[in-house]
Design a binder for this molecule. Structure first.
Ligand SMILES: Cc1ncc(COP(=O)(O)O)c(C=O)c1O
Length: 497
């Protein structure tokens, strides 16, 4: 059989059949320059797009062919579709008016990290398949650990998101109970006690999902009441544990949230940690959003008591300017993680005395995510990161003060970070709670339809509440002021501030 001529790196080499191999270096150089320019323009003028696109479900699909092209298409035509079909139909997370959910930033150093990582394309399941990937991750996560003031015995590993990181942590918690679940499973076993996970009523849904996946089930999750500031009540936690123990239910883990999704409340970690020590229960801290704030000396308190926690998740892809995805799970008991997850088939056996990432989590293959975190931390420096976070907190606090001063708006929760929960409640009108909810829902829709800002909502004490979340590096005082103007304009209240 004649062998095919493989393309070499000399771009002019003709191919035996004219189309095998990759794009030539000269073509790549040309298109890379064009796309780089596109990215630069996109980032320079994010406000030329509406933050929320004017599209209806199905609009995009209707513009795209239903099957793959049989013949090669030019990069020019792909580029043109990107510009005309895709970009205008995006929700622009890197828009400075994006203030919904937890806003984030694909910072430029982070984007450069993604660039390089895509080109290197390592799959660091083992140290051997990416020595620099594994070691840089260990180094940069240790830097981050120090910046957050976490104790030195926490071992970090990057995951795709906090949902996966919490699942991994809770799997380790289950393994720590020595119930031979790894070996024998759970189905059909009469020797297993009912397992329990405790979390605040404001904990993230990813904790429920993890409990479902791990066989604890929704009935195995006990939601603990919170206080007037939406923080878990430690006494209530202890009472629930006592009741369970009396009934033969086995506590598997307690999840404390540092920065709840709705209101960014911080559960009292120190008191919760003391309870976990007393009853010997795994403590997992979900600090996906607010954990980053611990780089600030004035916010260090959020992790007080964390030294005896078993695992902590912090998402640099939320509020540390690293592009999605980058979530860090710190665990003080890597040996238990290993017990839960290590499974080494013959073809992956190696002799090196190293930590192979595949032994500490669900996925085998892993991307080079540490690179973008490394680029961000080095480019901004710890001090630069602190200044940026302080600025976000400051502009969010300005917004909070406007709400507090307005007779027609009210603050619904304390705002310890860069998220403010509030609602419109016009003074002098005695409205039914359902009417206030409706007013706020309509107000949010009107403000969002301007395309200048994007706000989201939650429910607190069963009331519809608006949220403004500052977290994008492009967001300045001007954007927050504009959000406030739009809220006043669209609610029909006279402007202030
Ligand atoms: C407190 C908290 N935990 C976990 C998550 C899930 O994060 P991810 O999207 O990285 O899975 C979120 C998402 O907003 C969150 O707010």
């Amino acid at each position: 059989m004649p062998s095919k001529t493989l393309r070499t790196d000399t771009e002019t080499t003709p191919l035996a059949n004219g189309s095998l191999g990759d794009m030539s270096p000269s073509e790549f150089r040309k298109h890379a320059a064009e796309f780089t320019e596109w990215i630069i323009r996109y980032l320079e003028h994010p406000e030329r797009y509406k933050v929320l696109a004017d599209v209806a479900p199905g609009d995009i699909k209707a513009k795209l062919p239903g099957s793959a092209p049989e013949q090669p298409e030019s990069m020019e035509s792909i580029f043109s579709d990107l510009d005309s079909i895709i970009a205008p139909a995006l929700t622009h997370w890197n828009h400075p008016g994006f203030m919904a959910y937890f806003s984030n930033t694909a910072s430029k150093p982070g984007i450069l990290g993604e660039f390089v990582s895509a080109a290197i394309n390592p799959n660091a399941m083992l140290w051997r398949t990416g020595p620099a990937v594994v070691e840089l991750e260990e180094v940069v996560l240790d830097w981050l650990r120090q910046l957050l003031g976490l104790s030195a015995d926490f071992y970090g590993l990057i995951h795709e998101g906090a949902s996966l990181a919490s699942l991994v942590a809770l799997a380790a918690a289950r393994e720590s109970l020595n119930l031979r679940i790894r070996e024998e499973g759970m189905i059909g076993r009469t020797d297993l006690p009912k397992l329990r996970v405790y979390a605040s009523e404001h904990s993230h849904s990813s904790i429920d999902k993890a409990a479902i996946i791990l066989g604890v089930g929704q009935s195995g999750i006990t939601k603990i009441e919170s206080d007037a500031e939406f923080r878990m009540i430690p006494d209530a936690l202890e009472r629930k544990i006592e009741i369970d123990l009396k009934q033969g239910v086995k506590p598997m883990a307690v999840v404390a949230t540092v920065g709840t999704t709705s209101s960014t409340a911080v559960d009292p970690v120190k008191e919760i940690a003391a309870i976990c020590r007393r009853y010997n229960i795994w403590l997992h801290i979900d600090a996906a959003y607010a954990g980053s704030a611990a780089v600030l000396s004035e916010k260090r308190w959020i992790f007080e008591g964390s030294e005896t926690a078993d695992s902590i998740v912090v998402n640099p892809h939320k509020w540390l300017f690293v592009p999605v995805d980058c979530s860090v799970l710190y665990c003080r008991k890597p040996d238990i993680l290993r017990r839960a997850f290590s499974l080494i088939p013959e073809y992956l056996k190696t002799n090196e005395e190293v930590r192979n990432p595949m032994d500490y989590g669900v996925t085998l293959g892993r991307r080079f995510r540490a690179l973008k975190l490394w680029f961000v931390i080095r480019t901004f420096g710890a001090e630069g990161i602190r200044e940026r976070l302080r600025y976000h907190i400051q502009i969010a606090q300005d917004f909070k003060s406007w709400i507090e001063e307005s007779p027609d708006f009210e603050l619904i929760a304390p705002a310890p970070f860069s998220v403010v929960c509030f609602r419109y409640n016009p003074s002098g009108k005695k409205l039914h709670p359902a009417e206030i909810d409706k007013l706020n829902e309509t107000l949010m829709e009107r403000v969002n339809s301007t395309g200048e800002v994007f706000l989201s909502h939650t429910k607190l004490r069963n009331c519809f509440v608006l949220r403004i979340a500052i977290g994008n590096l492009g967001t300045t005082e001007r954007h927050v002021k504009r959000a406030w103007e739009l809220l006043q304009e669209h609610s029909g209240t006279p402007r202030s501030a």
